[in-house]
Design a binder for this molecule. Structure first.
Ligand code: NAD
Ligand code: MG
Length: 391
Protein backbone atom coordinates (compact mmCIF):
# COMPACT_ATOMS: atom_id res chain seq x y z
CA UNK A 1 0.00 0.00 0.00
CA UNK A 2 1.32 3.42 -0.96
CA UNK A 3 0.49 6.17 1.57
CA UNK A 4 0.08 9.35 -0.44
CA UNK A 5 0.27 13.01 0.64
CA UNK A 6 -1.68 15.14 -1.82
CA UNK A 7 -0.42 18.72 -1.42
CA UNK A 8 -2.79 21.08 -3.25
CA UNK A 9 -5.63 18.58 -2.77
CA UNK A 10 -8.42 21.08 -3.52
CA UNK A 11 -6.95 22.09 -6.88
CA UNK A 12 -7.23 20.71 -10.37
CA UNK A 13 -4.23 18.34 -10.11
CA UNK A 14 -5.32 17.40 -6.57
CA UNK A 15 -8.74 16.31 -7.89
CA UNK A 16 -7.17 14.24 -10.68
CA UNK A 17 -4.72 12.62 -8.24
CA UNK A 18 -7.53 11.70 -5.80
CA UNK A 19 -9.55 10.28 -8.68
CA UNK A 20 -6.68 7.93 -9.64
CA UNK A 21 -6.04 7.02 -5.97
CA UNK A 22 -9.71 6.09 -5.47
CA UNK A 23 -9.49 3.67 -8.40
CA UNK A 24 -6.86 1.59 -6.56
CA UNK A 25 -8.13 1.05 -3.01
CA UNK A 26 -5.84 -1.89 -2.32
CA UNK A 27 -2.67 -0.18 -3.59
CA UNK A 28 -3.08 3.55 -2.93
CA UNK A 29 -4.37 5.55 0.00
CA UNK A 30 -4.52 9.32 0.58
CA UNK A 31 -2.99 9.65 4.06
CA UNK A 32 -2.36 13.44 4.05
CA UNK A 33 -4.41 16.14 2.32
CA UNK A 34 -3.18 19.75 2.23
CA UNK A 35 -4.77 22.91 0.81
CA UNK A 36 -4.30 26.67 0.86
CA UNK A 37 -7.43 28.36 2.25
CA UNK A 38 -10.52 26.38 1.29
CA UNK A 39 -11.59 24.73 4.58
CA UNK A 40 -15.03 23.44 3.41
CA UNK A 41 -13.42 22.01 0.27
CA UNK A 42 -10.74 20.27 2.33
CA UNK A 43 -13.26 18.86 4.85
CA UNK A 44 -15.36 17.51 1.98
CA UNK A 45 -12.31 15.71 0.57
CA UNK A 46 -11.56 14.30 4.04
CA UNK A 47 -15.10 12.90 4.24
CA UNK A 48 -14.53 11.09 1.00
CA UNK A 49 -10.89 9.94 1.40
CA UNK A 50 -10.51 9.65 5.20
CA UNK A 51 -6.85 10.71 5.47
CA UNK A 52 -4.91 10.56 8.77
CA UNK A 53 -3.93 14.25 8.48
CA UNK A 54 -5.47 17.38 6.95
CA UNK A 55 -3.48 20.61 6.69
CA UNK A 56 -4.62 24.09 5.80
CA UNK A 57 -1.85 26.55 4.89
CA UNK A 58 -3.79 29.51 6.32
CA UNK A 59 -2.70 29.62 10.00
CA UNK A 60 -5.89 31.39 11.03
CA UNK A 61 -8.07 28.54 9.75
CA UNK A 62 -7.00 25.82 12.20
CA UNK A 63 -10.09 26.09 14.42
CA UNK A 64 -12.43 26.10 11.42
CA UNK A 65 -10.73 22.96 10.09
CA UNK A 66 -10.91 21.26 13.52
CA UNK A 67 -14.57 21.95 13.91
CA UNK A 68 -15.35 20.98 10.31
CA UNK A 69 -13.62 17.63 10.83
CA UNK A 70 -15.34 16.97 14.14
CA UNK A 71 -18.79 17.91 12.73
CA UNK A 72 -18.11 15.37 9.99
CA UNK A 73 -17.23 12.86 12.77
CA UNK A 74 -13.81 12.19 11.28
CA UNK A 75 -10.73 11.30 13.29
CA UNK A 76 -8.46 13.04 10.76
CA UNK A 77 -5.96 15.22 12.65
CA UNK A 78 -6.07 18.94 11.81
CA UNK A 79 -2.92 21.03 11.22
CA UNK A 80 -2.29 24.54 9.92
CA UNK A 81 0.58 26.51 8.39
CA UNK A 82 3.22 26.08 5.72
CA UNK A 83 5.56 24.53 8.32
CA UNK A 84 3.05 21.73 9.01
CA UNK A 85 2.78 20.93 5.28
CA UNK A 86 6.57 20.81 5.03
CA UNK A 87 6.85 18.60 8.13
CA UNK A 88 4.19 16.14 6.98
CA UNK A 89 5.68 15.95 3.45
CA UNK A 90 8.90 14.56 4.94
CA UNK A 91 7.35 12.50 7.76
CA UNK A 92 6.50 8.82 7.81
CA UNK A 93 2.82 9.74 7.40
CA UNK A 94 3.48 9.23 3.66
CA UNK A 95 5.87 7.46 1.31
CA UNK A 96 4.58 9.23 -1.80
CA UNK A 97 3.98 12.96 -2.30
CA UNK A 98 1.94 14.64 -5.01
CA UNK A 99 3.45 18.16 -5.16
CA UNK A 100 0.53 20.14 -6.62
CA UNK A 101 0.57 23.43 -4.75
CA UNK A 102 0.58 26.32 -7.22
CA UNK A 103 3.50 28.75 -7.33
CA UNK A 104 6.67 29.30 -5.33
CA UNK A 105 4.60 28.58 -2.20
CA UNK A 106 5.09 24.91 -3.07
CA UNK A 107 8.89 25.02 -2.81
CA UNK A 108 9.42 24.18 0.90
CA UNK A 109 7.22 21.08 0.86
CA UNK A 110 8.48 19.94 -2.54
CA UNK A 111 12.09 20.24 -1.34
CA UNK A 112 11.26 18.48 1.93
CA UNK A 113 9.75 15.54 0.04
CA UNK A 114 12.83 15.37 -2.22
CA UNK A 115 15.26 15.47 0.72
CA UNK A 116 13.44 12.75 2.60
CA UNK A 117 13.58 10.33 -0.32
CA UNK A 118 9.88 10.07 -1.16
CA UNK A 119 8.40 8.99 -4.43
CA UNK A 120 7.64 12.48 -5.67
CA UNK A 121 4.98 13.17 -8.29
CA UNK A 122 6.08 16.65 -9.25
CA UNK A 123 3.44 18.99 -10.71
CA UNK A 124 4.61 22.18 -8.97
CA UNK A 125 6.77 23.47 -11.85
CA UNK A 126 7.48 26.84 -10.22
CA UNK A 127 9.67 25.05 -7.62
CA UNK A 128 11.93 23.76 -10.37
CA UNK A 129 12.10 27.13 -12.10
CA UNK A 130 12.96 28.86 -8.84
CA UNK A 131 15.43 26.33 -7.43
CA UNK A 132 16.02 23.60 -10.01
CA UNK A 133 19.67 22.86 -9.18
CA UNK A 134 19.03 22.69 -5.44
CA UNK A 135 15.92 20.58 -5.97
CA UNK A 136 17.69 18.06 -8.22
CA UNK A 137 20.61 17.82 -5.77
CA UNK A 138 18.19 17.29 -2.85
CA UNK A 139 16.37 14.54 -4.75
CA UNK A 140 19.68 12.84 -5.61
CA UNK A 141 21.04 13.04 -2.09
CA UNK A 142 17.74 12.05 -0.48
CA UNK A 143 17.25 9.15 -2.90
CA UNK A 144 13.85 10.43 -4.05
CA UNK A 145 12.19 8.96 -7.13
CA UNK A 146 10.97 11.98 -9.07
CA UNK A 147 8.27 11.45 -11.68
CA UNK A 148 7.38 14.67 -13.50
CA UNK A 149 3.62 15.17 -13.77
CA UNK A 150 3.53 18.10 -16.18
CA UNK A 151 2.23 16.27 -19.26
CA UNK A 152 5.17 17.26 -21.49
CA UNK A 153 7.78 16.18 -18.96
CA UNK A 154 5.84 13.05 -18.14
CA UNK A 155 5.90 12.26 -21.87
CA UNK A 156 9.67 12.81 -21.98
CA UNK A 157 10.09 10.74 -18.80
CA UNK A 158 8.24 7.88 -20.50
CA UNK A 159 10.59 8.18 -23.50
CA UNK A 160 13.73 8.60 -21.30
CA UNK A 161 13.06 6.75 -18.05
CA UNK A 162 16.72 6.45 -16.99
CA UNK A 163 20.26 7.59 -17.68
CA UNK A 164 20.93 4.76 -20.15
CA UNK A 165 17.94 5.76 -22.25
CA UNK A 166 19.30 9.31 -22.31
CA UNK A 167 22.55 8.40 -24.06
CA UNK A 168 22.59 9.74 -27.56
CA UNK A 169 19.82 12.25 -26.87
CA UNK A 170 20.08 15.08 -29.40
CA UNK A 171 17.18 17.34 -28.49
CA UNK A 172 13.87 17.63 -26.72
CA UNK A 173 10.81 18.99 -28.49
CA UNK A 174 8.16 20.33 -26.14
CA UNK A 175 4.70 20.65 -27.62
CA UNK A 176 2.38 23.54 -26.75
CA UNK A 177 -1.34 23.84 -27.43
CA UNK A 178 -0.84 27.54 -28.23
CA UNK A 179 -3.48 28.51 -25.66
CA UNK A 180 -6.75 30.36 -26.24
CA UNK A 181 -5.13 33.19 -28.25
CA UNK A 182 -3.21 31.14 -30.84
CA UNK A 183 -3.17 32.93 -34.19
CA UNK A 184 -4.06 36.34 -32.70
CA UNK A 185 -2.01 39.52 -33.26
CA UNK A 186 -0.38 41.29 -30.34
CA UNK A 187 -2.59 44.41 -30.75
CA UNK A 188 -5.75 42.32 -30.57
CA UNK A 189 -4.76 41.04 -27.12
CA UNK A 190 -4.79 44.42 -25.37
CA UNK A 191 -8.38 44.09 -24.15
CA UNK A 192 -8.79 40.38 -23.57
CA UNK A 193 -10.67 39.51 -20.38
CA UNK A 194 -9.80 37.18 -17.54
CA UNK A 195 -12.61 34.84 -18.66
CA UNK A 196 -11.17 34.63 -22.18
CA UNK A 197 -7.64 34.06 -20.89
CA UNK A 198 -8.60 31.18 -18.56
CA UNK A 199 -10.79 29.42 -21.16
CA UNK A 200 -8.17 26.94 -22.33
CA UNK A 201 -9.16 25.12 -25.54
CA UNK A 202 -7.85 21.68 -24.52
CA UNK A 203 -7.01 21.42 -20.84
CA UNK A 204 -9.07 22.14 -17.73
CA UNK A 205 -6.63 23.58 -15.16
CA UNK A 206 -6.22 26.06 -12.30
CA UNK A 207 -6.46 29.79 -13.07
CA UNK A 208 -2.76 30.65 -12.75
CA UNK A 209 -1.50 27.98 -15.14
CA UNK A 210 -4.37 28.79 -17.54
CA UNK A 211 -3.19 32.41 -17.78
CA UNK A 212 0.39 31.15 -18.17
CA UNK A 213 -0.80 29.02 -21.09
CA UNK A 214 -2.43 32.05 -22.69
CA UNK A 215 0.80 34.12 -22.49
CA UNK A 216 3.01 31.08 -23.37
CA UNK A 217 4.87 31.67 -20.10
CA UNK A 218 3.72 28.17 -19.20
CA UNK A 219 5.84 26.81 -22.05
CA UNK A 220 8.72 29.04 -20.95
CA UNK A 221 8.54 27.66 -17.40
CA UNK A 222 8.43 24.18 -18.92
CA UNK A 223 11.61 24.81 -20.94
CA UNK A 224 13.41 25.62 -17.67
CA UNK A 225 11.75 22.63 -16.00
CA UNK A 226 12.96 20.31 -18.81
CA UNK A 227 16.49 21.69 -18.50
CA UNK A 228 16.65 20.69 -14.83
CA UNK A 229 14.83 17.37 -15.08
CA UNK A 230 16.69 16.02 -18.10
CA UNK A 231 20.02 17.90 -17.95
CA UNK A 232 19.64 19.48 -21.39
CA UNK A 233 20.61 23.10 -22.07
CA UNK A 234 18.20 25.60 -23.64
CA UNK A 235 19.86 25.32 -27.06
CA UNK A 236 18.74 21.70 -27.28
CA UNK A 237 15.11 22.36 -26.29
CA UNK A 238 12.67 23.31 -29.05
CA UNK A 239 9.03 24.27 -28.78
CA UNK A 240 6.39 23.39 -31.36
CA UNK A 241 2.76 24.49 -31.24
CA UNK A 242 0.50 21.45 -31.66
CA UNK A 243 -3.14 22.54 -31.40
CA UNK A 244 -4.62 19.04 -31.01
CA UNK A 245 -2.69 18.48 -27.73
CA UNK A 246 -2.40 14.75 -28.38
CA UNK A 247 1.39 14.48 -28.82
CA UNK A 248 2.61 15.50 -25.37
CA UNK A 249 6.29 15.91 -26.34
CA UNK A 250 9.07 14.28 -28.36
CA UNK A 251 12.73 13.35 -27.98
CA UNK A 252 15.23 13.01 -30.81
CA UNK A 253 18.37 10.84 -30.72
CA UNK A 254 21.67 11.08 -32.62
CA UNK A 255 20.66 8.14 -34.82
CA UNK A 256 17.73 10.13 -36.24
CA UNK A 257 15.05 8.35 -34.17
CA UNK A 258 12.31 10.43 -32.62
CA UNK A 259 10.15 9.04 -29.79
CA UNK A 260 6.92 10.64 -28.66
CA UNK A 261 4.18 9.94 -26.13
CA UNK A 262 0.57 10.46 -27.17
CA UNK A 263 -2.68 10.47 -25.23
CA UNK A 264 -5.84 12.41 -24.50
CA UNK A 265 -5.29 15.71 -22.67
CA UNK A 266 -6.15 14.41 -19.18
CA UNK A 267 -3.68 14.71 -16.30
CA UNK A 268 -4.81 11.41 -14.78
CA UNK A 269 -2.55 9.61 -17.28
CA UNK A 270 0.59 11.37 -15.99
CA UNK A 271 -0.51 10.80 -12.39
CA UNK A 272 -1.13 7.08 -12.98
CA UNK A 273 2.38 6.84 -14.49
CA UNK A 274 3.69 8.51 -11.34
CA UNK A 275 1.87 6.19 -8.93
CA UNK A 276 2.48 2.96 -10.83
CA UNK A 277 5.90 3.40 -12.46
CA UNK A 278 7.51 1.18 -13.73
CA UNK A 279 4.17 -0.61 -13.88
CA UNK A 280 1.16 0.72 -15.76
CA UNK A 281 -2.09 1.14 -13.85
CA UNK A 282 -5.65 2.19 -14.77
CA UNK A 283 -6.19 5.96 -14.80
CA UNK A 284 -9.79 6.27 -15.99
CA UNK A 285 -8.58 7.85 -19.26
CA UNK A 286 -9.64 6.18 -22.47
CA UNK A 287 -7.32 5.49 -25.38
CA UNK A 288 -6.68 7.75 -28.28
CA UNK A 289 -8.88 7.95 -31.36
CA UNK A 290 -6.52 9.40 -33.94
CA UNK A 291 -9.39 9.98 -36.35
CA UNK A 292 -11.32 12.16 -33.89
CA UNK A 293 -9.57 15.38 -34.95
CA UNK A 294 -10.12 14.71 -38.63
CA UNK A 295 -7.11 12.38 -38.61
CA UNK A 296 -4.78 15.37 -38.34
CA UNK A 297 -1.81 16.14 -36.10
CA UNK A 298 -0.60 19.68 -36.86
CA UNK A 299 2.57 21.48 -35.80
CA UNK A 300 3.65 25.12 -36.22
CA UNK A 301 6.38 27.34 -34.76
CA UNK A 302 5.49 29.51 -31.74
CA UNK A 303 4.89 33.24 -32.38
CA UNK A 304 7.48 34.89 -30.13
CA UNK A 305 6.51 38.43 -31.23
CA UNK A 306 2.95 38.06 -29.98
CA UNK A 307 3.92 35.94 -26.96
CA UNK A 308 7.24 37.33 -25.67
CA UNK A 309 7.06 35.38 -22.38
CA UNK A 310 8.48 32.29 -24.08
CA UNK A 311 11.47 34.27 -25.36
CA UNK A 312 11.97 35.81 -21.89
CA UNK A 313 12.10 32.35 -20.32
CA UNK A 314 14.72 31.12 -22.82
CA UNK A 315 16.74 34.27 -22.08
CA UNK A 316 16.43 33.78 -18.30
CA UNK A 317 17.59 30.17 -18.63
CA UNK A 318 20.61 31.26 -20.71
CA UNK A 319 21.42 34.09 -18.26
CA UNK A 320 21.30 31.59 -15.37
CA UNK A 321 21.87 32.39 -11.68
CA UNK A 322 18.88 34.14 -10.16
CA UNK A 323 17.28 35.09 -13.52
CA UNK A 324 14.75 32.20 -13.61
CA UNK A 325 13.72 32.97 -10.01
CA UNK A 326 13.16 36.62 -10.97
CA UNK A 327 11.20 35.61 -14.08
CA UNK A 328 8.98 33.31 -12.03
CA UNK A 329 8.33 35.77 -9.21
CA UNK A 330 7.53 38.70 -11.53
CA UNK A 331 5.22 36.44 -13.49
CA UNK A 332 3.37 35.26 -10.37
CA UNK A 333 2.82 38.87 -9.28
CA UNK A 334 1.73 39.95 -12.78
CA UNK A 335 -0.66 37.00 -13.23
CA UNK A 336 -2.25 37.68 -9.82
CA UNK A 337 -2.74 41.32 -10.78
CA UNK A 338 -4.25 40.32 -14.12
CA UNK A 339 -6.63 37.84 -12.42
CA UNK A 340 -7.67 40.63 -10.04
CA UNK A 341 -8.26 42.87 -13.09
CA UNK A 342 -5.63 45.40 -11.97
CA UNK A 343 -3.56 45.16 -15.16
CA UNK A 344 -4.20 44.19 -18.77
CA UNK A 345 -3.01 41.03 -20.49
CA UNK A 346 -0.14 42.72 -22.37
CA UNK A 347 1.21 44.13 -19.12
CA UNK A 348 2.18 40.60 -18.01
CA UNK A 349 5.16 40.20 -20.40
CA UNK A 350 6.03 43.88 -20.01
CA UNK A 351 6.28 43.60 -16.23
CA UNK A 352 8.33 40.42 -16.41
CA UNK A 353 10.74 41.96 -18.92
CA UNK A 354 11.12 45.19 -16.90
CA UNK A 355 11.78 43.25 -13.70
CA UNK A 356 14.37 41.04 -15.39
CA UNK A 357 16.25 44.07 -16.73
CA UNK A 358 16.10 45.86 -13.38
CA UNK A 359 17.56 42.87 -11.50
CA UNK A 360 20.61 41.49 -13.32
CA UNK A 361 21.27 37.87 -12.41
CA UNK A 362 23.67 36.96 -9.64
CA UNK A 363 24.93 33.49 -8.82
CA UNK A 364 22.32 31.32 -7.13
CA UNK A 365 24.30 28.95 -4.98
CA UNK A 366 22.05 29.00 -1.93
CA UNK A 367 18.36 28.88 -1.17
CA UNK A 368 18.81 32.19 0.67
CA UNK A 369 20.09 33.90 -2.51
CA UNK A 370 17.11 32.55 -4.45
CA UNK A 371 14.63 33.66 -1.80
CA UNK A 372 16.20 37.10 -1.86
CA UNK A 373 15.91 37.34 -5.65
CA UNK A 374 12.32 36.10 -5.45
CA UNK A 375 11.44 38.71 -2.80
CA UNK A 376 13.17 41.56 -4.68
CA UNK A 377 11.39 40.66 -7.90
CA UNK A 378 8.02 40.53 -6.12
CA UNK A 379 8.63 43.92 -4.52
CA UNK A 380 9.77 45.55 -7.78
CA UNK A 381 6.96 44.20 -9.92
CA UNK A 382 4.44 45.07 -7.20
CA UNK A 383 5.70 48.66 -7.21
CA UNK A 384 5.54 48.81 -11.00
CA UNK A 385 1.91 47.66 -10.89
CA UNK A 386 1.06 50.30 -8.29
CA UNK A 387 2.69 53.01 -10.48
CA UNK A 388 0.94 51.71 -13.55
CA UNK A 389 -2.43 51.96 -11.78
CA UNK A 390 -1.93 55.52 -10.62
CA UNK A 391 -0.91 56.78 -14.07
P1 NAD B 1 -5.10 25.04 -8.73
O1 NAD B 1 -5.14 26.50 -8.60
O2 NAD B 1 -6.28 24.33 -9.30
O3 NAD B 1 -4.79 24.38 -7.30
C1 NAD B 1 -3.76 24.86 -6.49
C2 NAD B 1 -3.75 24.14 -5.15
O4 NAD B 1 -2.73 24.71 -4.34
C3 NAD B 1 -5.06 24.28 -4.36
O5 NAD B 1 -5.33 23.10 -3.67
C4 NAD B 1 -4.72 25.39 -3.35
O6 NAD B 1 -5.49 25.32 -2.17
C5 NAD B 1 -3.28 25.10 -3.08
N1 NAD B 1 -2.53 26.25 -2.60
C6 NAD B 1 -2.48 27.50 -3.14
N2 NAD B 1 -1.66 28.30 -2.42
C7 NAD B 1 -1.18 27.52 -1.42
C8 NAD B 1 -0.29 27.76 -0.33
N3 NAD B 1 0.28 28.96 -0.13
N4 NAD B 1 -0.01 26.74 0.50
C9 NAD B 1 -0.58 25.52 0.32
N5 NAD B 1 -1.44 25.24 -0.67
C10 NAD B 1 -1.73 26.23 -1.52
O7 NAD B 1 -3.78 24.70 -9.57
P2 NAD B 1 -3.47 23.42 -10.49
O8 NAD B 1 -3.93 23.68 -11.85
O9 NAD B 1 -3.92 22.18 -9.79
O10 NAD B 1 -1.89 23.46 -10.54
C11 NAD B 1 -1.08 23.04 -9.46
C12 NAD B 1 0.38 22.95 -9.90
O11 NAD B 1 0.48 21.94 -10.91
C13 NAD B 1 0.90 24.24 -10.55
O12 NAD B 1 2.26 24.41 -10.23
C14 NAD B 1 0.75 23.98 -12.03
O13 NAD B 1 1.67 24.70 -12.81
C15 NAD B 1 1.02 22.49 -12.10
N6 NAD B 1 0.40 21.84 -13.27
C16 NAD B 1 -0.95 21.81 -13.40
C17 NAD B 1 -1.53 21.22 -14.50
C18 NAD B 1 -3.03 21.11 -14.64
O14 NAD B 1 -3.50 20.45 -15.56
N7 NAD B 1 -3.83 21.70 -13.78
C19 NAD B 1 -0.72 20.68 -15.51
C20 NAD B 1 0.67 20.75 -15.36
C21 NAD B 1 1.23 21.33 -14.23
MG1 MG C 1 2.40 21.21 -19.27
Amino acid sequence: MREVAVLGATGSIGASALDVIARHPSELRASVLAAGRDVPGLVELCRKHRPDHAVIADEGALEALRSGLSEARLDTRAHAGAGAIEALASSDACDTVVAAIVGAAGLPSTLAAARSGKRLLLANKESLVLAGELFMAAAREGGATVVPIDSEHNAIFQCLPDAAARSGLRRIILTASGGPFRGRSRESLADVTVEQAVAHPKWSMGRKISVDSATLMNKGLEVIEAHHLFGVDGGRIDVLVHPQSLVHSLVEFVDGSTLAQLGLPDMRTSLAVGFGWPERIESGVSGLDLLAEGGRLEFEPPDLETFPCLRLAFEALAAGGTAPAVLNAANEVAVDAFLERRIGFLSIPRLVEETLSALPPVSAVSLAALHEADAEARALSGQAIARHQTT
